[in-house]
Design a protein around this ligand. Structure first.
Ligand code: ADP
Ligand code: MG
Length: 615
């Protein structure tokens, strides 16, 4: 038999290697933007069509390339950034492997235009599936423009693997934001399907922290300015700069967590743990610390080579860095907590039309409809069959739901429930436990209702109906609120305005990313309307991608989550009764919209059994 090992043709080898570097459009965005910054650009424009499927173009005003370099740049392991292995330990650029352009050109149709300042004319190269189609002089401004068309045109498996445009575009925005955040002294632009998403001017603050704050506000909107606590620590091992988000603004999703190491975005569970433990006990339950932390260490003490996309790193002295990071974050939190009036705006030069901190803090209230008596026929809204039955006969309804909810009824007793509740005088028979649960006695047992979940279910059904039927009642504000969101957030909100207003908001666009809130849904007056809208924006894309929710459901869920009464809130007897009545007036009282049980039951015989077991 003859020898069977042969070398793969370059094009095939490149395509295989491309799999490591270019997983999706966002990976190409990252590589191209990093190249622009490595080339000293101060202005980087990203133009995207169809979430990067048809076009990703990065235009920079960097130093450009000579005709020979332009051609070489597409060869594998072609880089101007390192010459030998030692250079790996002196890295100051974002790229160094010389793989990105070769990889991208292996799986797309690429056009490069580039010119150095000293050259009369520039160079144009067209390359497709690693094969150069055309190279010629061209007229082009100093700098470089790379357009990547039809990504994965020759790798159908990868193309089919891409997620929806919303998901892919979100990945692109994430990469863009990471890069824009870590270079607040440069101008960036993001344009998607001919629509401008971000235009970020370069900052004008004298200090780095000031620049960074301006960039944060430009990306995420003015409310952020109030949420940031500066962090600063300079030691021989590591320099730490940046911001943490005040604990009360912590999010439920782990979105706002950024570590940058020597200006490169990194992921590092070990460092994350350090920050998380510094925040311990300061965060509301189920929420995650928010932070934007820039670490600088001597490149000699790093091994960045362990991951091809370079988001993972190994530190030489990770234990010390952990300890320093934790104590630095703790210190900042401590300063902020001890002196909440500390002026964080000293270095700020931006005018703030919107101030969260100016609003008086109101305790949360539960919305009670005092005209509403579930035991008389409801004249306001026609109820469907299920709901009518619910109100007329709790007992049957409840059994029916228990049968549909095996996880709740499993192992529990079958007792007739709610037998006497309707005959009880108003306000009796309800006990609040730990400011979290409502306990009501039944003839043959008891029911323990989670107040937050029950309220969430009630509100969800109410809001959903209101959005669907355009029935939301609006409570006009005496003084309209102006709010500003990030460009991406504003785009989401604009797309949802009809639904949001159907729910009872009165919100209108007001300038580029700003909105004016004239009114809010009745019953939510006590809540911060900006918080509600931000919640809708934030939940929207998560829910759309992960749960494939329709816009109306999506909004109703988000609102219900935020407007629901929280644990820790004392409820009056009347409030408890109303809530329980409303819960059992729902179509699906047993669970929250995301499937968590709203209540559990225990029968007398269950109590008997347990007490007797112990005797
Ligand atoms: P790396 O960035 O790891 O060196 P790339 O494949 O991304 O590898 O780029 C190869 C080389 O092409 C770079 O080292 C650089 O010299 C050149 N290059 C790429 N993009 C640009 C750009 N936008 N401006 C100037 N030179 C560039
Ligand atoms: Mg590169």
């Amino acid at each position: 038999m003859s020898d069977i090992i042969h070398l793969l043709p370059d094009a095939v080898a490149n395509q295989i290697a491309a799999g490591e570097v270019v997983q999706r459009p966002a990976s190409a965005v990252k590589e191209l933007m990093e190249n622009a910054l490595d080339a000293g650009a101060t202005d980087v424009r990203l133009i995207v069509k169809d979430a990067g499927r048809t076009l990703i173009q990065v235009v920079d005003n960097g130093k450009g390339m000579s005709p020979t370099d332009a051609q070489k740049s597409f060869e594998r392991h072609a880089t101007s950034k390192i010459k030998n292995a030692d250079d790996l330990f002196r890295l100051t650029t974002m790229g160094f492997r010389g793989e990105a352009l070769a990889s991208i050109a292996a799986v797309a149709q690429v056009e490069l235009r580039t010119k150095r300042v000293e050259d009369e004319s520039g160079t144009l190269i067209r390359i497709e599936g690693s094969v150069i189609q055309e190279q010629e002089p061209c007229a082009t401004p100093t700098g470089t423009s790379v357009s990547v068309r039809n990504l994965f045109f020759n790798v159908p498996a990868r193309r089919n693997f891409l997620k929806s445009d919303t998901v892919e575009f979100r990945h692109i925005v994430e990469e863009f934001e990471r890069i824009a955040l870590s270079h607040p002294d440069k101008a960036f632009e993001l344009n998607h399907n001919n629509q401008s998403i971000y235009r970020l001017e370069k900052g004008n603050s004298e200090t780095w922290i000031g620049l960074f704050r301006q960039r944060m506000v430009a990306l995420y909107g003015n409310p952020y300015n109030q949420r940031l606590v500066p962090v600063e620590e300079h030691t021989d091992i590591v320099r730490i700069n940046g911001f943490i988000i005040k604990p009360e603004f912590a999010k439920r999703t782990r979105g706002e967590q950024f570590f940058f190491l020597n200006t490169r975005f990194i992921k590092n569970p070990y460092l994350y743990h350090a920050v998380q433990s510094a925040f311990q006990q300061l965060l509301p339950p189920d929420s995650h610390p928010g932070f934007f932390l820039f670490l600088e260490v001597d490149p000699k003490t790093l091994d960045v080579n362990i991951h091809p996309t370079k988001t993972e790193v190994k530190f030489e002295d990770d234990k010390s860095i952990y300890a320093i990071l934790k104590s630095t974050v703790r210190k900042s939190l401590g300063q902020y907590n001890i002196s909440p009036t500390l002026d964080f705006e000293q270095e700020m030069s931006i005018e703030l039309p919107y101030k969260l901190s100016d609003k008086p803090v109101e305790p949360p209230k539960i919305y009670i409809d005092t005209n509403y008596n579930p035991f008389t026929a409801d004249t306001r809204q026609p109820k469907n069959e299920v709901q009518r039955n619910n109100l007329n006969n709790w007992q049957d309804l409840y059994r029916q739901h228990m049968e549909q909810s095996p996880e709740i009824s499993a192992g529990q007793t079958e007792v007739p429930l709610f037998q006497n509740v309707q005959e009880k005088p108003e306000g009796q028979g309800f006990l609040q436990l730990s400011q979290r649960y409502i306990v009501c006695g039944l003839k043959n047992g008891m029911l323990i209702i989670d107040q937050q979940r029950a309220h969430e279910r009630v509100l969800y059904e109410r809001y959903l109906k209101q959005v669907e039927q355009h029935q939301g009642v609006c409570q006009q504000k005496l003084f309209p609120d102006n709010v500003e969101f990030s460009p991406a957030g504003a785009a989401t909100l604009n797309g949802l305005l009809e639904e949001i207003n159907a729910l009872g908001f009165d919100v209108a666009p007001f300038g580029s990313n700003a909105f004016v809130i004239h009114g809010v849904p009745a019953g939510t007056e006590h809540l911060d309307s900006t918080y509600l809208l931000e919640g809708i924006i934030q939940d929207y894309s998560n829910n759309e991608q992960e749960l494939l929710l329709k816009p109306k459901e999506n909004i109703a869920r988000s609102m219900a989550k935020r407007a629901a009464v929280k644990p820790g809130q004392t409820l009056s007897a009347e409030e408890m009764k109303n809530l329980v009545d409303e819960l059992f007036g729902c179509e699906m009282p047993a669970h929250t919209p995301d499937g968590k049980p709203c209540f559990i039951q225990t029968g007398i015989d269950e109590l008997d059994r347990r007490l007797k077991q112990r005797s």
